[in-house]
Design a protein around this ligand. Structure first.
Ligand code: 5GP
Ligand code: ZN
Length: 144
């Protein structure tokens, strides 16, 4: 069995409830759903981090997530909105080190909330925003 659980699932060597699959990615139910119908969209090729996923694969993943969003809203499962979530790296909360996009059905009163540190409630100055934007633009300029 592959050492990566998602590679094992994709190879059919570990069980999962598959929802969709194309030549680039597949979608299966999360084993520990935030809400019923929580789906993971996973590239077929193993990559730990988002930066190493091919652009074409990313397009397929997002399109699959869009179709799942519509399917969830029509499915009869409780779904009044959808969160897309991707944890890129352990400090961002990534537990399974094979890129995956969460598609999470949400409904009023489901009891889930994002929590922010007290820092969040201090608005940054315009100068700080300008400085941070410049740092990012500089990096994008150096990328293909
Ligand atoms: P992360 O924290 O890395 O963004 O999320 C990993 C997700 O993978 C979690 O929501 C977890 O419940 C799910 N997961 C972990 N192991 C398995 C598994 O063996 N099968 C399935 N279907 N989901 C899994
Ligand atoms: Zn993998």
């Amino acid at each position: 069995m592959p050492p990566c659980i998602f590679c094992a699932i994709l190879a059919g060597e570990a069980p999962a409830e598959f929802i969709d699959r194309d030549d680039f990615c597949a979608a299966f139910l999360d084993i520990h759903p935030v809400n019923p119908g929580h789906v993971l969209v996973v590239p077929l090729a193993h990559s730990e981090l988002l930066a190493s996923v091919e652009a074409a694969t990313l397009g397929h993943m997002f399109r699959m997530a869009q179709r799942l969003d519509s399917a969830l809203r029509l499915s009869g499962l409780p779904c009044e909105g959808v969160n897309l979530f991707l944890a890129d790296g352990r400090p961002a909360g990534q537990e399974v080190l094979h890129v995956h996009l969460h598609v999470i059905p949400r409904y009023r009163g489901d009891g889930h909330h994002l929590r922010f540190s007290p820092e969040y409630f201090k608005l940054p100055s315009r100068d700080e925003l300008r400085h941070n934007a410049e740092l990012l633009r500089k990096q994008l300029g150096g990328q293909s």
